[in-house]
Structures are given as C-alpha cells and as structure tokens.
Design a protein around this ligand. Sequence first.
Ligand SMILES: NC(=O)c1ccc[n+]([C@@H]2O[C@H](COP(=O)([O-])OP(=O)(O)OC[C@H]3O[C@@H](n4cnc5c(N)ncnc54)[C@H](O)[C@@H]3O)[C@@H](O)[C@H]2O)c1
Length: 373
Amino acid sequence: MRVLVVGAGMYVTGRGTEGTGTILPALAQASRQLPIERVVICATSENSRTPVLAAVDRVNAALGTSLRVEYRLAAEALADPVADCAIVAVPDHLHRVIAEPLVSRRMPCLVVKPLTPTLADGLALLALQERSGVHVAVELHKRYDEANQLARRMVRDGTLGHLSYATVEYSQRTEVPTRHFKAWASRTNVFQYLGVHYVDLLHFLTGFRPEKALAVGTRGILATHGIDTFDSVHATILWRAPGGAPFVSQLAVGWIDPSRSTAMSDQRYTLVGSAGRLDCDQKHRGVELVTDSGAHSINPYFSEYLCDGTGRLKFAGYGARSVEQFLIEVRDGPAAIILSATLREALVATAVVDAVNRSLAADGEWSNVDAPA
Ligand SMILES: NC(=O)c1ccc[n+]([C@@H]2O[C@H](COP(=O)([O-])OP(=O)(O)OC[C@H]3O[C@@H](n4cnc5c(N)ncnc54)[C@H](O)[C@@H]3O)[C@@H](O)[C@H]2O)c1
C-alpha cells in the first residue's frame, strides 16, 4: 500500500513539539501489521524536508520499524499522485481544496477534522464522493476512546435514562494558536478547531439531530499576539431525540490556557439524564508525572509510545487506531467493514460548526443547523 500524506506539521510529524506527532508514528506502527510499501509526505516548503526525515528516523528508531518515507513538495506530489490512499492534514481552510482533486481521482482519503469550516464545502465534497463512490473518512478519533465508547453504550442501553443535557469544557494552551498555528490561527476559530470533536462525539453518543445553535465568544488575549480570532467560544446547541424530545448541550471551548497548564488539552464532559449522570474527565486519566520541569497530567490513551507485553515500544492510542482503521478499510477495499466516521456522518458536526460561525457573526443569534439526513 502506498500512502500519500498531505501536510507535514504538528499532527503529522510533531513539528514545533518535542514529540513525533500522531500520523507518522501511527503509519510506522501500522506497517508492522499492514503492507505499507511507501509513504510520501508532502508540504509547501523545502524547509520541511530535513525535519520530516529527522522525524522519520526518530520514529523508526523508537519502534524498530523501517517505514520508507519520501518528502516531496506538494505542487509536484499532488500534480500526479501515485498512491493507494491519502491522508489530508493541512490547515482547516484547505481541506476541501486538497481533498477535492484526490477524491475526483477516486483516491480513498482520510481527512483530519474539521472536515471543512463551512457546510457548503462539506456538501460539495459529499456530492463528489458520492459520485465517485470512493471511501472518504474523517479522522474524528474521539470515537475510538474507550471512555467514550463506554459512554455511548450507557447512553444507548438506557443507563442514563432520557438524556436532558450535556456540558463540555475543552481548552488548550495559548501556545497552540500563538506558536503552533500562528500561520493560520486567524483563519480558523477554536470552536471549529477543538469544539468540533465534542459536537461529533455528542452525535456519536446519542444519535440525536442538531436543530439550532447559538454562540458568543471572547476576544482580547490573542489579539495582543496579533491573532485576530476568538480567545474562547461558548455555544449552546439544541438537539432532538427521535420522537422529538429536546436535548441541550453547552460547550465552553478556549485556547488561552497558561503554558503551565498540566496538560496541552484540558477536557471534560457531563451527560445528565432521567436515570443518571455521567462525568467523564478526559484530562485527569490518573497518570500524573512531576519532574523539575513541572507537573504533567498525562493521557496515555490518545497518542503515545507505550510498551507492549514484551517491553517493546509501540505507538498506540485512539489517535493511532483511527489512522490504522482507515488503512485497514483501504486494504480491504469493497469488502471493508467501515468503522471510521464517514464523510456523511462528519457533516453533522460540520453543519453545527457552520451554524456556530453564523451565530458568532450575528452576535449570538440562534442559527439553524442544516445537517443533511
Ligand atoms: N495538531 C493536532 O494535534 C491536530 C489533531 C487533530 C487534527 N488536527 C488538524 O490537522 C490539520 C493540520 O494541523 P497541524 O497541527 O499539523 O498544523 P500545522 O500548521 O502544524 O501543519 C500544517 C501543514 O500543512 C502544510 N500545508 C499548508 N498548506 C499546504 C498546501 N497547500 N499543500 C500541502 N501542504 C500544505 C504546512 O506546510 C504544514 O506542514 C488541521 O486541520 C488541524 O485542525 C491537528
């Protein structure tokens, strides 16, 4: 299997961090089980070549793998892509531009979240995908987190009774927009970048349809760094259960946490129903490390080098699983059992992002969510 990865940044190679990202090590780990002959990673600058190849060496050395990776400039690699599938991991506003020609060529694609910033872009991709019949998945990895899979079971088997409401808090350190995404932070917002995960998760947990959304935001801190985007976004979404009962979710999403925050991602949610309440702390997973550099709340379940039963290093977690699952679906072709979030499913969260963005622009007015059925 030949894999084309478009984008060579933080999520692919760990650029700007001490780590190696998620997608590259997930591919190396998957190469132990799946026939990955070659990976091409492409991006816009020649300056990415050395750090990408250095990250490949680090990953192969850590895992004892020999994943073959070539770095190419995107203009060249995308002109005539020779691959069996593609992973699109470029800034949010470029997902459609990059994915469209690949889908037109009938190349199976995994697009990182958010699928697209607007519903119109997402619908255009859906129309193309349905015409070509090719598999397009969206990398909504929270669906693979066991804590969330347990929550889904409890929602669906009635443990919580009739659901009434959910609250979500999700925030990251200021360094994310000011350092890692400085080049494009003002072209996205934190709801579209982070909030989308939990909108998709609420849909995955409940199966409910979002009906309308309102949102307000705060500004000021990122503006002092020259970044014109919201510091935080506060959204209320009204959903309908089958049968018409309302369900309300409120999300407080920000990216102005201090650099001393004990985790890059601070996240938790609560679901309340007629028969129970479920609190899911997604930051404090019970693993705390304190060194002279400070205290760290570690989430070993997302994207980590762990040891297997023999002590050998493996790259694991729900981030890695979502990449591996897509590769299995590509390998199995028409016989594949699709477990990834499909493009059509991802449009539910995209439609909410679209409505939230319209509400933010209209000073917090309710906006209809026009998710396709
Ligand atoms: N960083 C994370 O933890 C994370 C997690 C999940 C999803 N994502 C999503 O992944 C995407 C990329 O995020 P990132 O963290 O890697 O960002 P980043 O800014 O670190 O990297 C973006 C990469 O895309 C490349 N690029 C830009 N324009 C391009 C083009 N026209 N053609 C080819 N390459 C191009 C850049 O050169 C860079 O290598 C975003 O949509 C983000 O929302 C990120």
